[in-house]
Design a protein around this ligand. Structure first.
Ligand SMILES: [Fe+2]
Length: 275
């Protein structure tokens, strides 16, 4: 089997700007690993949160340009785009005008994250406002927010409002525990996620290698065509600012296996007794 190519829309490859790459040397290692993993295009998505737009712009753009030079100098067959992972906090609106707020400054797609441990308010309002501006927000790793595990209907609502979902490759293969793996896989089965990305932070632990591992895992429960869309075609469209086809949503896939069997039992009972 020829190994598939990947396009990764979530990566902390810029050095010394967040909790991702710690040095120029580490970023080069990560770039080389991305090439080995068959990644053809990466979007650098540093965390954008507490600094002013001007301070972040200076650092992001400087590091991004330097990494592009490194790619050229080392003859790496890899394209690099600039974006960010906008933190959903009080300052998010002020960051939206920055060129790195959307992928390649395309003003069509942005990546944002929620606080990890507390459900924020006004997510719906944020999605609505972006739509008025013609921007589609992509929620990073919805499966990792534990407060959403018991209310997956929130993700369904946000999806219907026009927010797309990006599941982490590492989540699918169990890097964040069984519960996160189960939620991530259920979101994919339900057709609620449009992207699977690495969210790579370093060359050893949270790496690009999660992508081929997740791809292999996805082939056990999704059609091959869909696995390719999640890891290549949809990311390419988002970078280019093109529209992305929706999957048919099957909310029954969101149920945990134990409840699926209960739901199946009830269907059988109803078939026998309700005429
Ligand atoms: Fe991230």
């Amino acid at each position: 089997m020829t190994s598939p190519k990947f396009i990764d829309i979530h990566s902390h490859i810029l050095y010394r700007v967040d909790d991702g790459s710690k040095s120029e040397k580490m970023s080069l290692k990560m770039l080389e690993l991305a090439v080995k993993t068959n990644i053809t295009h990466l979007v650098a998505t540093p965390h954008a949160n507490d600094l002013t737009q001007k301070e972040q712009s200076e650092r992001f753009e400087k590091r991004f340009e330097h990494l592009q030079l490194m790619i050229e100098k080392n003859g790496l067959p890899l394209q690099l785009s600039l974006g960010s992972e906008l933190f959903f906090g009080p300052g998010i609106e002020t960051l939206l005008e920055a060129p790195w707020a959307t992928f390649n400054n395309n003003r069509k797609y942005l990546l944002f994250e929620l606080p990890l441990y507390e459900m924020p308010k006004e997510v719906e309002h944020f999605i609505f406002e972006r739509h008025l501006e013609g921007i589609t927000p992509i929620l990073a790793h919805p499966e990792r927010y534990t407060y959403l595990h018991k209310q997956l209907h929130k993700i369904v609502d946000w999806y219907h409002q026009g927010c797309l979902m990006q599941v982490n490759a590492g989540s699918i293969v169990g890097q964040f525990g069984e519960r996160v793996a189960s939620v991530g896989q259920r979101l994919l089965r339900a057709g609620l996620a449009q992207f699977v990305a690495s969210d790579a932070h370093d060359p050893e632990y949270r790496t690009y290698l999660a992508l081929p591992d997740a791809y292999e895992k996805m082939l056990t429960f999704l059609p091959e065509e869909m696995a390719g869309q999640l890891t290549y075609t949809n990311p390419l469209k988002a970078i280019r600012g093109q529209s992305i086809d929706a999957y048919e949503i099957d909310e029954s896939q969101l149920l945990e296996d134990r409840w699926k069997s209960v739901a199946g039992f009830w269907t059988q009972i109803k078939k026998r007794f309700v005429r």
